[in-house]
Design a protein around this ligand. Structure first.
Ligand SMILES: C[S@@+](CC[C@H](N)C(=O)[O-])C[C@H]1O[C@@H](n2cnc3c(N)ncnc32)[C@H](O)[C@@H]1O
Length: 212
């Protein structure tokens, strides 16, 4: 399963690598429609795509999955990270694994300016960013949009949200490569900041809670 799968391209790659039943969920109806079209064109009409807000996936969707993937550009759209991890937990089978790759939270400190990335914001900022500039990911075309909100999370927020579901951390890696398009120039600066992270967690039905 992929949460916030956009047009399903990542999930289609996973399918082509040999995955069994694949299900994608995204909140944008036009992307879900495109995902269905792409899956059919690629010869995988059995892939399932649903249009739901991740925080309001109906209880009738009861399938449990061996793997759940969340790829770049998702966590910052989530106002409630513990709630998002609870959804991940809900859709995993016991023993199932969650994989997340996303931009490194350090990047939230930078603004993209004409002069290049500018270190401008507090790492610990809790107020949502409001943005009215729309961006077409594919053409790069900017347009005036209705307000959309972007939420900053620290690395600790991400790890704590998973811990709150008692998901066991199996892998955690910070990467210097640009895995999104935000402030891509930072890949070439001498300070060499981490630009992305990759992590995996496993769900166990029985896990002991930490004392403190
Ligand atoms: C930046 S895209 C990245 C998707 C994926 N990494 C990719 O490259 O195809 C983020 C996706 O999250 C979806 N999204 C954002 N908030 C959502 C929500 N609350 N429920 C479901 N989908 C959501 C958007 O519709 C969008 O397709």
């Amino acid at each position: 399963m992929q949460l916030c799968c956009n047009n399903g391209i990542d999930l289609l790659s996973v399918k082509k690598m040999g995955a069994g039943q694949c299900t994608g969920i995204d909140g944008a109806a036009n992307f879900v429609e495109q995902a269905q079209e792409l899956a059919a064109l690629a010869g995988h009409p059995d892939m399932q795509f649903y249009c739901y807000n991740v925080y309001a996936i109906p209880e009738t969707l009861t399938q449990r999955f061996d793997f759940l993937i969340v790829t770049v550009g998702v966590l910052n759209w989530m106002p409630d990270l513990p709630g998002f991890m609870a959804v991940c937990h809900r859709f995993l089978k016991s023993g199932g694994k969650l994989f997340i790759e996303d931009i490194h939270p350090l990047l939230n400190m930078y603004d993209e300016t004409e002069a290049g990335p500018l270190l401008q914001y507090s790492y610990f900022n809790r107020a949502p960013f409001e943005d009215t500039s729309g961006l077409d990911y594919f053409t790069g075309e900017a347009y005036e949009a209705t307000p959309n909100y972007w939420f900053q999370h620290t690395l600790a927020d991400i790890l704590q949200a998973a811990l709150g579901q008692q998901l066991q951390l199996c892998w955690f890696e910070e990467v210097a490569e640009n895995i999104g398009n935000y402030c891509a120039e930072l890949q070439h600066v001498p300070a060499n900041p981490p630009l992305g992270f990759v992590a995996s967690w496993q769900k166990h039905e029985q896990t002991g809670e930490c004392d403190d």
